[in-house]
Design a protein. Structure first.
Length: 166
């Protein structure tokens, strides 16, 4: 009888100990599962972002290769007579190409105001009555693609008038 009582006490003592352990283990596994699910969601977002960035870089490289063609179109249009029918056709092709590239994210760099070393490549400095560093002329247009500089604008800037004492 004493043995039965001891066994009964051991069973009662062991059951409550197992129940909290199972609950703790269950809660720990649940927390671990939630953490893994959150990590996987973050992984999917990161991969999607990297794919978008890769696509954007690929498009930017393609646009960079097309920029000389845009320059040649501009030179051809400037060299042709306005009364010629083919000049109008070339202008229309150029306008369509430029519109398609702008729809994809191409932006022309502003060639007015002060020269910005991050956006402009100074090819010449000329004395002029304007303030130092002011853009006088754009030699070659610059472009950005979705905010990323793909070609700086080549510009001529002013130096200001020389002083008489110099």
């Amino acid at each position: 009888m004493a043995e039965e009582k001891r066994e009964k006490d051991q069973q009662e003592n062991s059951e409550p100990k197992e129940a909290p352990n199972k609950n703790e283990e269950s809660a720990e596994l649940r927390e671990r599962l939630l953490r893994l699910a959150a990590e996987f969601d973050n992984y999917k977002k990161r991969v999607a972002k990297e794919i978008d960035e890769s696509k954007s870089l690929g498009k930017a490289e393609f646009v960079r290769k097309i920029l000389p063609t845009l320059d040649e179109f501009e030179l051809a249009i400037a060299a042709m007579d306005g009364g010629n029918g083919s000049a109008k056709g070339i202008e229309m092709v150029y306008a369509n190409l430029l519109a398609a590239l702008k729809a994809e994210g191409l932006q022309q760099i502003d060639g007015k105001g002060k020269a910005d070393p991050y956006k402009h490549d100074v090819v010449m400095v000329r004395e002029d009555g304007k303030e130092d560093g002011t853009i006088i002329e754009v030699v070659r247009k610059g472009y950005a693609f979705n905010g990323m500089l793909i070609r700086p604008a080549s510009v001529i800037i002013s130096k200001g008038k020389a002083q008489e004492g110099e």
